[in-house]
Write a new protein. Structure first.
Length: 145
C-alpha cells in the first residue's frame, strides 16, 4: 500500500513540472549561428492562439534598419527587426513542432521543432528540417535582462 502511495506522489510531482517546462520556451532568446558561432539577434518567442511564434526584437550584427533582400514573398525587402521568423509551432509532448522557421540569411523556410533539454533550462534547441529530411540544429540562449 505504501508503495502505491509513493508511486502516486512521484507521478503527481513529475506531472506538475510539464507545464513549467513548456512555458520556459516563451521569452527572449539570443540566437547563435551554428555555422560561424556568432550571436545574430534576439528572438522573442510568444504564444498566440495556442501556438508559438518568434519575432526578431534586436539585431546584434546587422544595422537596426537592415532589410531582407534575399527574402521571398511578403518578406522581400522588409525590415529584419520585427520580422516573424518562427510560425505556428504546436505542442507535441515535451517539445513544439509542426510549424515553420524562416532563415533571412538564405531566404528559405523549413519545418521547425524546438525543445529544452533536461537540466539546461537556459538553452533552447531549434531545429530546421528541409523537405529532404536534412536538418540543422542551433542552440539559442535565454536572455535574462
Amino acid at each position: 500500500m505504501n508503495n502505491v502511495i509513493i508511486a502516486f506522489v512521484i507521478l503527481l510531482f513529475s506531472m506538475s513540472w510539464l507545464p513549467v517546462r513548456a512555458q520556459t520556451m516563451t521569452g527572449t532568446w539570443r540566437t547563435v549561428d551554428d555555422r560561424d558561432k556568432q550571436s545574430k539577434s534576439y528572438v522573442r518567442i510568444y504564444e498566440e492562439t495556442g501556438l508559438l511564434f518568434g519575432k526578431i526584437t534586436k539585431l546584434l550584427k546587422d544595422k537596426p534598419d537592415a532589410i531582407c533582400e534575399v527574402c521571398k514573398g511578403p518578406r522581400k525587402n522588409q525590415a529584419l527587426l520585427g520580422m516573424v521568423v518562427i510560425e505556428g509551432l504546436r505542442k507535441i509532448r515535451d517539445q513544439y513542432g509542426d510549424g515553420r522557421i524562416y532563415d533571412p540569411v538564405t531566404g528559405n523556410d523549413y519545418k521547425c521543432t524546438i525543445w529544452i533539454e533536461a537540466g539546461k533550462p537556459d538553452e533552447l534547441k531549434v531545429r530546421g528540417t528541409h523537405w529532404s529530411g536534412i536538418y540543422r540544429t542551433q542552440t539559442w540562449y535565454k536572455v535574462t535582462d
